[in-house]
Structure formats: structure tokens, C-alpha cells
Design a protein around this ligand. Structure first.
Ligand SMILES: [Zn+2]
Length: 103
């Protein structure tokens, strides 16, 4: 999961919790974070105590950004335009009671 994160563009240099020039982040057990010695590295385990993908949803992956969030206007691998991930499409409501199998 860590290397797939890199392949999709995590972690951008300017991201809020980025370690800087080594493409990681500073949030504890987050999948993309560790003390890598980057020029913005300030690694700490105080923010993320469990293994997750983007602890805090503010550094590289957020599927539901809100206005004003950094990831709303910068590269976000949780953006639906990321072609490496398959995001469910909203289906028009069916008029039938039974679901029709697709494809
Ligand atoms: Zn890495």
C-alpha cells in the first residue's frame, strides 16, 4: 500500500503533514509516514496511533474534501479523477423493484 501510494503521487512536497523532499509524512503509523530525514521531517507518533491510509485525511488521500482543505485544491490520490483507483459511480435510481445485473 505504501508503494502504491507513491505510484499515485503521495506525498506531495507542500502537503500539510509532508516530510518534504523524501515523499513521506510525519504522522506516526500512517501508511506513508516515517522519520525519513526529509527537509520538513518532524515525525511524531502522537497524531496517528494506528496503521491507516492518510491519518486525518489532510495530507494525500481524502475522498470527500471540503472547501478550504488543502487537498481540495492540490493533488489528492482520493480524488475521483485518479484513474488508478476505481470509484463507484452514482447510478440513476431504478424504476424497477429488482436490481438488474450489469455487465
Ligand atoms: Zn516511501
Amino acid at each position: 500500500m505504501h508503494e502504491n501510494g507513491h505510484n499515485m503521487g503521495a506525498v506531495q512536497y507542500d502537503a500539510p503533514r509532508s516530510s518534504g523532499d523524501r515523499w513521506h509524512c510525519n504522522d506516526g503509523w500512517d501508511v506513508m509516514c516515517y522519520a525519513d530525514g526529509g527537509d520538513r521531517s518532524s515525525y511524531s507518533t502522537s497524531r496517528c496511533a494506528i496503521r491507516v491510509f492518510d491519518c486525518g485525511k489532510d495530507t494525500y488521500f481524502d475522498t470527500l474534501t471540503e472547501p478550504g482543505e488543502w487537498l481540495r485544491s492540490h493533488w489528492n490520490i482520493g480524488w475521483s479523477g485518479n484513474r488508478f483507483l476505481d470509484f463507484p459511480r452514482a447510478e440513476p435510481e431504478s424504476t424497477n423493484a429488482e436490481a438488474v445485473p450489469s455487465g
